[in-house]
Structure formats: C-alpha cells, structure tokens
Design a protein around this ligand. Structure first.
Ligand code: ZN
Length: 551
C-alpha cells in the first residue's frame, strides 16, 4: 500500500515536472511575422495589423496579457503588452515579487516606425524563447503603437528625407495635432495621461525606453541614444546611465550584434565640425527627461534616418535586446539605485538645507571624455536668406571631439519643504493629481512665514507652440507672514515626486504650469492689468501644521 502511494506521488511529481517544462509557446505554431518582415522591409504595420499580430501572440502563448494604455482621440484602444512568467494579472501581484519592470514604448512620433516593428519582433521572440531568458527576473511592458492615430495617416509623402519604407509612414502628431514628446508636463493628450496613469503610476517601471528616428546629422552609426538630461533630477541616476549603463550597452551591442551606436547629437557647427557634438534640450516636456524627475531611468533611442529601413529596424531590435540583457543582469543594482533616489528625495523634502536648490536656468558643458563619431566630409552650399544646404561627400572622416551633454545649473532658487495653494484653482489641483503628486489640505487656518513671488512682468510668446503661447516671467521673491485658510492645498516635497512637484510649481521653472498657461487667468487683475503675486507660496522650513491627505 505504502509503495503504491509513493508511486502515485512520483507520478504526480512527474506530471508537475512535465507541466513546468512545457514551453509557453509551441514551436510547431507558425511564427507570426511583422509587416516589416513579411513585406521584405518595404512597409510598416497599420493599427489593425498590430492588433492582429498581438492577438496571434496571445493565442500562441500564455505569458502575455494586454491592457489598454488609453483611448486615442480618434477612438482607438492603445495596447499595452505585459510579458511575464507568470504574467501578472495586476501590479498588486508583484508586491512580494522581486521581478523588475521594464517599459518599452514605440511610435510616439508615428513617422518613426522602427521601434514599432522591432518591439513586436522582440515580444514574439521573448515569448518563443522556451528558456524565457528574461522573464525569470523581468516583467516587460511594451506599447508598440503609442501614437495610433498618427500611425493611421501612413503616406509615402511623410518623412521623405529618410531611407524607406517605400510604402510610407505615419505622421508626427497625435489626433489632437499635438507632439506627444512635448506633452509630459502639461499632459493634455490621452496618450500622456494614459502613460502616467496606466503605466507609470500603475506599474512603476524602473526604466522607460522611448523609440524614435533621427532627423539630422550624417554619420555611420545606425543607433544613437540619450539618458535623462535634467540636473534637477537625481544626479546619481544620470551618472549611472551616462557612465555605466549606456557605455556598457554600446560595447555589448557592437560585440554581440555587430551594431555601432553613439550618444545622440548633431554637429555644434557643421561648417566647423571638429568643434563638437551636442545633445538636445533638458526640458522635461520630453518623456525621457520627465522620467528623471520621477527618479526612474529612461533611454532615448534614436535610429539613424539615413540608414536603410531594414538596418534601422534590426538595429533597434538589437538595441532593445541589449538593454534587456543589461537590465536582466543588473536588475537589483537598478532597483536599489531607484529606491535610494526616492529615499534621498523624501529626506531632502523633510528638511531642506541651504545647499538644496532648484535650477531655473542651465548651461551646457562637455563631458569629461571626448566621443568618436564616424562621419563624412561635408560640402556646404550657402543659400541667400536661409540655412545653407549641406551635402555629404563620399570621403569618410572620423571625428573625436567634445560631447556637449552635461547640463549644469546656471541660476538656482531655494528648494522648499512645501508649496501652499490657498486659492481653489481646479486646473492646478487636477494637473498635480494627474501626475501622481500627493496633495494634502490644511484642517485649520494657520499663519505662516512663507516666500512669495511678486510678478513684475509676464509675456506670452508671439508664436503658438503646441496650442500655447508659452509664458516668460520676471519677478522677485519676498518673505511675508500670511494667513492660510482651512482647506489650503499643501504640497509636501517630502514625497517620491517632490522634484516633479517643484518643477510644476516653481514660478521661474522653465517647463512648469506657469509657462504652459495654466495660471494665466489667476495672474492679471481686471482693471489695471498689473500682474499680481503668483498664487503658490513656498514654505522653506518644516512647521507642524494640522493637515490631512486630500482625496
Ligand atoms: Zn521622434
């Protein structure tokens, strides 16, 4: 009897063993191909082809689940793929789970389609890999078609400067004619609201990768990349990405996939190229810079537009693969870096010192080490009253020159313990909550010594930009005693998003809510037209004030 029981147990174990080793993806199933692959790299996928491809992955594998990132303006559900073993049904399941979450986003500019094709190929190949070499340590989120509405305007007339796909690509803008990679701070699109609410706040990925295609300089390397650039973000995260993670990925990509990459940039002066290579702007309206203010890592992937379409797609695929390989090997290191950044942010907000400042103006400096770019001799043809025309010659030229990519504070203001908002300004409260900033309210009135900002001059830009006339402001800071009524909104900087809160609320912030016109109607008095005090007050030192979380 006992022997029989043992046999039953043995059989049970064997069955369990069999199940645990069953591949997630049957290799007898036909491997689904992306449109780039099946068209021999002459086309890119439409929305319906992307969703059909995803359905096929779901049919073939149990390690994928799909959520809706947002509904686009034109009514399309933007898919968010979740890959895991087991695949979590919600982030709550990961509470006691050590897996790290990585988020890959493509097609934010829907004329820049390599990431869409490459990330779909990547999802398929991860699911078909029976050893699932990433999924023991990582949960991978992929939004392959972030700007679905822009994608559906495919035409060979779009982005004619780039080399293929000959059947055309989508447009840069979303269904509201907004550039989604300028929307992170004002968050006016369903796509950015969905990104923040349904990806960043819901899943809290350690790293965001944003896939693009370049528009500029001529060079040989098919992949260019950047990290978060804004120095108001946690410096240890910036340095880690710039000095360890991305140089490693660069070398790994070359060694394992024979693919060259360089940091993103363009010639400081194409008439005099040896002057150096320069990156883009530190504004957090760019998604990858925005992530830095949330204490999370971000990589900008810019595929080189003059490389052949197939090289761009495969280059992007191998770049994404290399990023995952790095994250898989260094998951704990990245998780520790991020939680340490959160801890430091909260600590600073609790008791800001004189050294704690917020930068409102920046200067750019070269990094310590020069970089090498494989370019060509260029011919410059002057044009009357316009930019000169530049032509690449066939003569190769290797440049080793300074890389201007280190943004440093040029002018700073005091970093406070909290911001106070005594007037009910619904647009501001709503925007802060959309970003995930925790708001509290005073439960009784209190008199406090605060710093206020007296506006002397405010000007809206003449040119419209993303549906706005961006404000520039001048004024002075004053210390005053002020009575704050019960119900005043209290925004502590001792929270994970303390830096982001400061960026949104500081009066002289170069990408805050004042710049983006959210305060306009509260700034100008009706008759004399003289601007008044900015309605956000800075509490520099901690004071014990009765308050509660605002819901
Ligand atoms: Zn782009």
């Amino acid at each position: 009897m006992k022997d029989r029981r043992n046999l039953v147990f043995l059989n049970l174990f064997f069955i369990l063993f069999l199940f645990s080793s069953i591949p997630s993806f049957s290799l007898t199933e036909k491997k689904p191909l992306t449109v780039a692959e099946s068209s021999n790299f002459t086309a890119t996928s439409r929305y319906a082809e992307v969703t059909e491809f995803i359905r096929e992955l779901q049919r073939q594998s149990s390690l994928i689940r799909v959520e809706t990132l947002c509904w686009s303006t034109e009514g399309r559900a933007v898919p968010l793929l979740i890959l895991g073993q087991p695949v979590p049904s919600s982030p709550h399941e990961l509470k006691n789970d050590k897996r790290g979450i990585i988020y890959i986003q493509a097609n934010i500019h829907a004329g820049e389609v390599e990431g869409k094709e490459a990330s779909l190929m990547l999802a398929r190949d991860i699911l078909r890999d029976n050893n699932s070499r990433f999924l023991d340590k990582l949960v991978i989120l992929i939004a392959p078609i972030f700007n679905a509405d822009g994608n559906e305007k495919i035409s060979p007339e779009n982005r004619r400067n780039q080399v293929g796909p000959e059947k055309g690509v989508g447009v840069r803008y979303n269904g509201q004619s907004l550039d989604l990679n300028r929307d992170s701070m004002k968050m006016e699109s369903p796509e950015l609201q969905g990104l923040v609410q349904n990806v960043l706040m819901r899943w809290d990925p350690l790293l965001l990768v944003d896939c693009h295609t370049t528009n500029g300089a001529y060079h040989e390397e098919p992949i260019t990349y950047s990290w978060s650039l804004n120095p108001n973000g946690d410096i240890s995260i910036i340095e880690y990405m710039r000095e360890r993670m991305l140089p490693f990925i660069n070398a790994h990509l070359k060694e394992n996939y024979n693919t060259l990459s360089i940091p993103y940039g363009y010639f400081m002066d194409f008439r005099n190229p040896e002057k150096g290579w320069r990156t883009f702007s530190p504004h957090p309206r760019f998604v990858t810079n925005y992530m830095g203010l949330r204490n999370r890592l971000a990589i900008l992937d810019e595929n080189y537009c003059y490389a052949d379409y197939k090289i761009r797609v495969l280059g992007c695929y191998h770049f994404l693969l290399s990023i995952l390989e790095y994250c898989h090997a260094h998951k704990d290191e990245i998780a520790n870096l991020v939680s340490e950044a959160d801890r430091k942010t909260i600590q600073r907000g609790l008791r800001p010192s004189e050294k704690d400042t917020f930068a409102v103006e920046f200067e750019i400096k070269p990094l310590k080490e020069p970089i090498t770019v494989r370019g060509w001799e260029m011919k410059v043809f002057p044009r009357e009253g316009g930019w000169p025309r530049i032509e690449k010659t066939d003569v190769k030229r290797v440049f080793t020159f300074p890389y201007y990519a280190d943004f440093l504070p040029k002018r700073t203001v005091k970093f406070p313990h909290a911001y106070l908002l005594p007037d009910p300004i619904p647009e501001i409260k709503e925007k802060l909550l959309q970003h995930g900033v925790v708001l509290e309210k005073l439960t009784e009135s209190v008199e406090l010594e605060v710093e206020s900002f007296r506006i002397k001059e405010i000007k809206g830009a003449e040119r419209l930009y993303q549906g706005h006339r961006l404000n520039s402001v001048k004024g002075e800071y004053m210390v005053e005693q002020k009575e704050f009524p019960e119900g005043t909104i209290f925004i502590s900087t001792a929270q994970q998003l303390g830096t982001l809160a400061a960026y949104l609320l500081e009066p002289e912030s170069d990408d805050g809510l004042l710049v983006w016109n959210f305060f306009d109607r509260y700034l100008v008095t009706q008759w004399q037209g003289v601007p008044r005090t900015y309605p956000v007050y800075k509490l520099l030192k901690p004071v014990n004030i009765p308050r509660e979380i605002r819901r």
